[in-house]
Design a protein around this ligand. Sequence first.
Ligand code: PLP
Length: 396
Amino acid sequence: MKPLSNKHLSIEESKTLAINAKANALKESGVKVINFSSGEPDFKTPAFIREAAKGFIDQGHIRYTPSAGIVPLKKAIATKLKQDNNLSYDPANIVVSAGAKHSLYNTFQVLLNPGDEVIIPTPYWTSYPAMVELAGGTPVLLDTTDSAFQISTKKLESLITPKTKAIILNSPNNPTGTVYIQETLEKIAEIAINNDLYVISDEIYEKLLYEGTHVSIAALNEVIKKRTITINGLSKSHAMTGWRVGYLAAETDMVKAITNLQSHSTSNASTITQYAALAALEGDESEVAHMKRAFEARRRMVLAKIERMPHISVNAPSGAFYVMIDVRGLFGKKFEEKTIKNATDVAALFLEKAHVAMVPGIAFGCDDYLRMSYATSEADIKEGLNRIERLIRTLN
Ligand SMILES: Cc1ncc(COP(=O)(O)O)c(C=O)c1O
């Protein structure tokens, strides 16, 4: 039989989902696994949103909608972008999709020609390089590990070639929790304008910010706004991962192209979900604030516990619900005659011997770290990190 397309054969399973599957298999065999690999809030979607959604089904909001989304939702998103981000967009400049992931996928599809380069700060969210490649582009990695996960604008400039088309920004960041400061964003905006680059700004963790302020790069000035595609959604802020709703705001040409693409692929995001998202955005944010406070308390707990452990360290993150644990201090140590060589070995050891799942940094482009998600209970954080501490104190 003839093979599948080269493009698709080169794409691997998402590594973050793979570790989750491994942890779940172990769990199903009866082992008490503590799972720190999850990329989603562990809270229920707020009750007022769930209740509203049930009502919308009964009211008959169950038919196709315009591909780019229902007008009241696009209006509510435009209001949110104005209030939270100081961004003025007409509802016609917004496209609602089946998750921010879908918004990003659509963006790369309409933006890239074969060979176009996209600069991706590394560690990166695991899907960015795959999405760029699926659109025919070439990922160019910008290492941030030696600058406390902040972007070095000098390094950024050194990576720009005539083929560079765009840079991806993700602040607060998955997997590092880093928040880019305004001065860095200003410099990046200047570089993007001077080099004719697009900026894809993924702001999905905007509401989970514990230090500093969130700045949308598109809000810096009208020139950079024209070059920026701002991506956001309700998965992380409103614990709505499974509902699948995200959106982007951009210039008219981009919005037209994405709407056309979406009209021939998925059509509209689920109608029921769009109405639920409308209820979420029109509701008050007390539940969002409540979840943020819980994440904040867990973050403090994680940092305090890791601080007192030997051989591993973290760079205190300012947002999201992840920490990147530097495990280089464990390299060269032995466990049962096996020498630890990289973070993938550490992740395997933690899962096999402590029954604690974390994602090896290789999933994010660097094998010196593990990503720990604290979207889990305080009891699990305590138990899981105690297990890790006991295990690493036995290594020599
Ligand atoms: C950085 C980043 N962007 C986008 C997404 C996609 O979110 P959604 O559920 O809206 O597709 C995620 C989800 O993990 C993420 O971590």
